[in-house]
Design a protein around this ligand. Structure first.
Ligand SMILES: [Zn+2]
Length: 351
């Protein structure tokens, strides 16, 4: 596995890591948005660290016993600290979903017991001579006691133990943890390299780059979760502003029901992105999230005004905290639909 080949936009980060004059730190913090490739990068670093033949900064050999164990998920000197709720997803080798459906049985936190359970691994010698590697992912999932427990290890790390913390939102980490890590912010791909990369894998995913924040691995995950059809259906529903709120709410309800990894909060996010596109289409002539909806955007813009769009955007922001547990989901959707449709009933200012 080679990061430069897999994810070309991380090439520079890879070189910077191995070329650092201080060598590799005991605790590395990979920071960046979901879908930029942090997990793949972390695994490539771990594999390279454990490889028994890699002599320089380039890559793991992929052929030694260590590399083979790593690839099969059985390396005795490698651990992954993840929330219980993510275990299945990680094992099925899929990129993280946009928002998880809640599953009350499994914790979405990394718990203190999981960190304590590492102590034998950390403090007893390694199986092979190369050292031991622990990926903590996502690091912000550690609850405060887990984080404090990890901090104790990071304060006096054994010589050949390497922690790789992976975080979508590193500001949520304890400052004391952050200060023990060397942070490597992951470089984002530019629009061209993101869509080039996707073109060779899953061309449909290119259409989802906008709603993925330009992150190709996230777009890939979303297309596998049925978001291609979802976004097309949503665009069509939002383009019809002559329907009543019941029918728009029904369209949303159907999407929420039929697409597994699509929650009410995601709907609000997409609606806000849609409104933000209308605003920037009007002001700057381009859209960021739904780039291929230009015809619909242009038509809708003849029916509304910038202040009305901002007003609706703010109303959605106010509704967001209620999105995960609305008292009555159907009424909640109808209310959102009514507010959205009202935005396009406003006559355009003539002055
Ligand atoms: Zn190797």
């Amino acid at each position: 596995m080679s990061v430069p080949e897999l994810l070309p936009w991380l090439n520079g980060d890879w070189g910077a890591l191995w070329g650092h004059p201080g060598g590799l730190p005991h605790a590395l913090l990979l920071a960046g948005p979901a879908g930029v490739g942090k997990r793949e990068f972390a695994e490539a670093v771990a594999m390279r660290l454990l490889c028994e033949q890699a002599a320089n900064a380039s890559r793991a050999c992929g052929e030694c016993d260590s590399c083979r164990w790593f690839a099969s998920g059985n390396h005795p000197d490698f651990r992954r600290l993840i929330p219980e709720a993510d275990v299945e997803e990680i094992e099925s080798d899929e990129a993280p979903p946009k928002a998880e459906k809640s599953d009350k049985k499994k914790s979405s936190q990394i718990l203190v017991g999981q960190v304590r359970a590492l102590s034998d691994f950390v403090y007893v010698g390694s199986h092979r001579a190369r050292g031991r590697v622990i990926i903590v992912q996502p690091a912000e999932a550690m609850n405060p006691s887990a984080a404090n427990s990890l901090l104790k290890i990071l304060e006096e790390p054994p010589a050949t133990v390497y922690f790789i913390l992976v975080s979508d939102s590193y500001r949520r980490l304890l400052p004391t943890i952050r200060s023990r890590c060397r942070m490597l912010p992951m470089s984002r791909p530019d629009a061209q390299s993101a869509s080039d990369w996707l073109a060779g894998r899953q061309a449909d995913a290119s259409k989802l780059l906008g709603v993925s924040g330009g992150m190709p691995l996230r777009a890939l995950a979303l297309v596998e979760q049925g978001w291609g059809k979802l976004v097309a259906a949503l665009q069509a529903a939002l383009g019809d502003v002559d329907q009543d709120e019941m029918s728009l709410a029904s369209a949303w309800e159907a999407l929420l029901k039929n697409v597994e990894v699509f929650a009410m909060e995601d709907l609000i996010t997409l609606l806000q992105e849609w409104l933000s596109d209308l605003i920037s289409r009007q002001i700057a002539g381009r859209a960021r999230f739904f780039a291929d909806a230009e015809a619909i955007h242009r038509r809708l813009l003849t029916r509304t005004s910038i202040p009305a769009l901002f007003h609706c955007y703010n109303q959605l922001q106010t509704a967001r905290p209620l999105a995960n547990h609305p008292l009555n989901p159907r009424l909640f959707l109808e209310d959102l639909a009514a507010r959205y449709l009202a935005t396009f009933a406003t006559p355009r200012p003539t002055r």
